[in-house]
Write a protein that binds this ligand. Structure first.
Ligand code: C2E
Ligand code: MG
Ligand code: MG
Ligand code: MG
Length: 292
């Protein structure tokens, strides 16, 4: 019923309006205010090359400082944003801000860092996402090769015909494409062949118990092997311990992201994290210690 609420416009709460719908309307209206008041922030979580230990980029993760106070995580509002259509404007802001921030890193001593931006399937239906991506790159001057777009498996299931030209166009410009949470959706291996994304992000549910669960290990090893056979990179999400990182490196996983390295950090926190990490190594900002 949340869907229909986005199509009609309720001015006040009917007493019989059920709680779920009421929550939806409240959150939607607060999100509108949030957009006007610039209450959104991006946090950045580093992505590490497992062989060299270098920081290669960061994933931009959306936060909402609701009423200028508590920090609300995306799982608490993204669905409302999608069902209300607000994801189009929010997503446009995310692209602009992430590219702007990455250009700042490039100008301040980290010229190779990439930034990964999450795109939900709803954005492809509701926004002119092609235009939004192009505009964010133009405004920031960011090298397109340093922008990575994280797509979901559901996108490939639903929208594949209508977006295939767009994806090819992005690839032709050098924009990187990743599949997020790989293995949790209705994975079809056919689209991997057809679309040649750059990277598979292995969902953290397979990583959490990888040291002790043989089945998880088998799945991860299988994904890595398929990716290698297709010439794609793999990144493991939710890496929390150095033993997990070592295991994944042995298994041939290329990259990792998780609390082991850093939680998602505000832009200033991320910059000081980079400086601190560079300071620990002898070779300057572009080199890093391998994870232990
Ligand atoms: P995701 O893209 O799979 O992002 C990874 C999530 O895992 C993040 O949650 C991150 O904080 C969390 N995480 C990272 N490392 C670890 C770890 O070592 N252990 C554990 N337990 N968790 C870890 P977050 O930031 O709450 O984001 C949740 C989801 O919201 C994201 O999942 C993504 O699907 C969505 N999202 C975030 N930002 C955006 C955005 O700008 N646009 C859209 N459309 N979706 C977004
Ligand atoms: Mg993601
Ligand atoms: Mg993910
Ligand atoms: Mg996820």
């Amino acid at each position: 019923e949340a869907k229909s609420a986005s199509q009609h416009s309720y001015r006040f709460f009917e007493p019989q309006m059920n709680l779920a719908l009421r929550r939806f309307v409240e959150t939607r209206d607060a999100l509108r205010v949030g957009l006007e008041q610039a209450e959104f922030e991006l946090y950045y979580q580093p992505q590490i090359d497992l062989l060299s230990g270098r920081v290669v980029g960061a994933e931009a993760l959306l936060r909402w400082r609701r009423d200028g106070q508590r920090l609300v995580p995306p799982d608490d509002f993204i669905q409302v944003a999608e069902e209300s259509g607000l994801i189009a404007s929010i997503g446009r802001w995310v692209l602009q801000e992430a590219c702007r921030q990455a250009a700042i890193w490039h100008a301040s001593g980290w010229p190779h860092l990439s930034v990964a931006v999450n795109l939900s399937a709803a954005q492809f239906r509701q926004a002119d996402i092609e235009q939004d991506v192009a505009a964010a790159l133009d405004a920031s001057g960011l090298d397109p090769r340093c922008l990575e777009l994280e797509l979901t498996e559901s996108l490939f299931m639903q929208e594949v015909e209508s977006i295939s030209e767009m994806l090819m166009g992005w690839k032709a410009r050098g924009i990187q494409l990743a599949i997020d949470d790989f293995g949790t959706g209705y994975s079809s291996l056919a689209y991997l062949k057809r679309f040649q994304v750059n990277r598979l992000k292995i969902d953290r549910s397979f990583i959490a118990d990888i040291l002790h669960d043989e089945q998880d290990r088998a799945i991860v090893q299988g994904v890595i092997q398929i990716a290698r056979g297709l010439g794609l990179q793999t990144l493991s999400e939710g890496v929390e311990t150095s033993r997990q990182a070592a295991q994944l490196r042995r298994m041939g996983c290329d990259m990792a992201q998780g609390y082991l390295y850093a939680k998602p950090l505000s832009a200033p926190q991320f910059a000081s994290w980079l400086r601190h990490r560079a300071g620990r190594s002898t070779a300057g900002p572009s080199r890093d210690e391998p994870p232990s």
